[in-house]
Design a protein around this ligand. Structure first.
Ligand code: SAM
Length: 218
């Protein structure tokens, strides 16, 4: 189902320059985005736009997801933490990239969305992704350290616990900036226990990261 639409989306994202890495393209080919979109919006699954998933949250636009994944050099057998499960779609793509020997944990603060993401992952064959309900700004010490951390909601700054839980040599990707505007996708590489190299990779627009080390709840 929707195979032609998926192919056409990948072709457009490649032509526009968002997709270039073979492994990321293969992951986009494999994961059925329509299985992660609410039933009444399925016909828009392969348009390049964010879609509402309830509770004021969204599944990000495919081009934005391509930017995130291409910037983080995800590799087989890595251990990855995602903050902001939402629909579970991005977690499924990560699961494809890290393969059977990899491990992915994803944290969602809205309990109903954690359940939505978990159910979508299970029915699409990604039941191995571990979904945790809670405040991802504190990370997940029980399973740290991480090769990669992806934050899919916008933080005022990179939460300190996440930097602590990153392996030396690991990378963290996050949108950083103000609510919905003036946000930048950044990639932070941990070069040593106290040395971080931060690169800015262009503008973006995400829902806020709400939590102890994020924005305060309104
Ligand atoms: N990655 C998701 C996907 O593939 O559908 C999209 C994520 S959506 C843009 C951002 C998500 O981050 C929302 O579901 C929101 O509830 C969640 N979020 C916000 N603050 C959070 C926090 N402190 N911990 C965990 N999740 C959080």
């Amino acid at each position: 189902m929707y195979e032609k639409e998926r192919e056409e989306l990948i072709e457009r994202l490649t032509r526009w320059g968002y997709l270039s890495k073979r492994d990321v393209i293969n992951a986009f080919k494999k994961v059925p985005r329509h299985e992660f979109v609410p039933q009444n919006l399925r016909r828009y699954s392969y348009a390049d736009q964010p879609l509402p998933i309830g509770h004021g949250q969204t599944i990000s636009a495919p081009s934005m997801i391509a930017i995130m994944l291409e910037s983080l050099d995800l590799k087989p057998a890595q251990k990855v933490l995602e903050i902001g499960t939402g629909s579970g779609y991005n977690a499924a793509l990560i699961a494809e990239l890290i393969g059977r020997d990899g491990q992915i944990f994803t944290i969602e603060r809205v309990a109903e969305l954690a359940e939505f993401g978990r159910a979508n992952l299970k029915k699409s064959g990604y039941g191995g992704v571990k979904v945790i309900t809670g405040d991802g700004t504190c990370g997940y010490t029980r399973e740290a350290p991480w090769d990669r951390i992806l934050i899919t909601a916008c933080a005022p700054e990179i939460p300190q616990p996440l930097i602590s839980q990153l392996k030396v040599g690991g990378k963290l990707g996050a949108p950083v900036g103000r609510h919905y505007m003036a946000q930048t996708w950044i990639v932070a590489e941990k070069l040593g226990e106290k040395k971080i190299n931060v690169q800015e990779r262009g503008g973006c627009s995400f829902v806020p990261l709400v939590g102890k080390y994020g924005w305060k709840e309104e």
